[in-house]
Design a protein around this ligand. Structure first.
Ligand code: FES
Ligand SMILES: [Fe+2]
Length: 425
């Protein structure tokens, strides 16, 4: 398909539309792998997932297997999970702790610093064979961190992670600073897949408009738990185009938040505890920022495939496209370290399960909706456009809107199109 024509705007009708082929065309998927996933910063993991020297996780990013680890000296590193000898996967486990890795094929062995320890029959090679680290594991071209979140970039010449995140950093700060100690990944990933294009999940992750129609049962439950305080309709807050395809919705939370908005369901003991957390935030960050941290929720999309939902629980979600119509999703719970082992963590994690968990109130509904969009987009050739016009004013810069506007989706698609059209990538 023609990428320049994938987005269609009509000023007279305030319409903003996306060609449905963008979700279904295998050639678009291939172009995305080349121009987006091989050049954008991709989230690989959180520093607290690999706490002890030797801890490692293998992950797949942009179709490449990588090993994310803490080496024997305490440095966090990321390697391509491919043997420098003849290409076997060096580490075949999804996680563990190891001082070294041994390739199954011919037995080459590597320290977890990446350094070659031994090769098969070294005496049959010239003495300078391994010079310059040529038998070592190959690190990913770029590997940078922002506040515990580690990202990989396969483009050696990419801008720094900090510049790439840009205005999104402030929203990450508002989340991370909620912890008195540090934010910590709790437990392991929830893993699921969807027979849908990855961009449908990117759109869904910053879409508040669908919640009332698609998740009414959950809203009823939340209303009951919050003493009937749950309001439908317009909510206080805004959505913002953060540039580079990133976007956020920040909105007033009309439900309980472990940091730091109490609801009666949690009992009186929790009230004192939550009030104390709120006081700490005011002392450290001033009232205005404390209100944002405690009383507002955030759905943050870091282009292309990382979502941080700071609602009742905090979830970190990344999704890996595998084909135009298939993706794999990983979701982790994030919580302040000081909550581990306390009832506060239970409150947080029960929300992590009951709403966004793969068997929760939201995710099965969302997957059903996304797969339905995918099936329809594939079949309905005579109805070729999706509509993302809500809140679109062709005369404005389209940078800030109401919480239920489709502005975050438009920001995503503009970022998408700019990347696909850039040939310098
Ligand atoms: S491919 Fe790994 S040792 Fe030969
Ligand atoms: Fe949803």
């Amino acid at each position: 398909m023609n990428i320049a024509e994938a987005i269609r705007t009509e000023a007279a009708a305030s319409r903003f539309q996306i060609s449905r082929q963008a979700y279904t065309d295998p050639a678009v998927y291939q172009l995305e792998m080349d121009r987006i996933f091989s050049h954008c910063w991709l989230y690989v993991g959180h520093s607290t997932e690999i706490e002890k020297p030797g801890d490692f996780k293998t992950r797949t990013l942009a179709d490449r297997s990588v090993i994310f680890l803490k080496d024997r000296n305490g440095s966090i590193r990321c390697f391509l999970n491919v043997c420098p000898h003849r290409g076997a996967q060096v580490c075949r486990l999804s996680e563990g702790n190891a001082r070294s890795f041994s390739c199954i094929y011919h037995g080459w062995i590597f320290e977890n610093t990446g350094k070659s320890l031994s090769i098969a029959e070294p005496e049959t090679y010239p003495p300078n064979f391994g010079e310059g680290g040529r038998n070592d594991l190959v690190p990913v071209p770029r590997f940078e961190e922002y506040r515990g979140f580690w990202f990989v970039n396969f483009d050696r010449k990419a801008q720094s992670l900090r510049d790439y995140l840009g205005d999104a950093c402030d929203y990450i700060d508002v989340i991370v600073d909620q912890a008195a100690t540090e934010m910590h990944i709790v437990g392991k990933a929830q893993e699921y897949s969807a027979r849908a294009n990855w961009k449908l999940l990117a759109e869904n992750s910053t879409d508040i408009l669908h919640v009332e129609a698609l998740h009414p049962t959950y809203l009823d439950l939340v209303a009951t738990n919050s003493g009937g305080a749950m309001k439908r309709g317009k909510m206080l807050g805004k959505c913002v185009d953060l540039g580079n395809g990133h976007s956020v919705i920040e909105r007033q939370a009309t439900y309980g938040r472990p940091i730091a908005q109490w609801i009666s369901l949690w009992g009186d003991d929790a009230k004192a505890e939550i009030d104390a957390i709120y006081d700490r935030l005011v002392k450290m960050y001033g009232e205005e920022r404390a209100i944002r941290m405690a009383r507002y929720s955030r759905n943050l999309l870091i282009f292309p495939n990382l979502v941080i939902n700071d609602i009742m629980s905090i979830t970190v979600r990344s999704f890996q496209p595998k084909a135009a119509d298939y993706m794999e999703v990983n979701v982790w719970a994030l919580a302040p370290k000081e909550e581990i082992g306390t009832p506060a963590l239970e409150r947080r994690l029960s929300n992590f399960l009951e709403f966004l968990g793969p068997g929760g109130f939201a995710t099965p509904d969302d997957i059903e909706a996304l797969e339905s969009c995918q099936r329809a987009a594939l079949s309905a050739r005579e109805a070729p456009w999706n509509d993302l016009s809500k809140g679109f004013d062709p005369k404005s810069a389209d940078k800030v809107g109401d919480t239920k506007d489709e502005l975050p989706q438009r920001a995503f698609w503009r970022g998408w199109q700019a990347r696909l059209l850039s040939t310098g990538a």
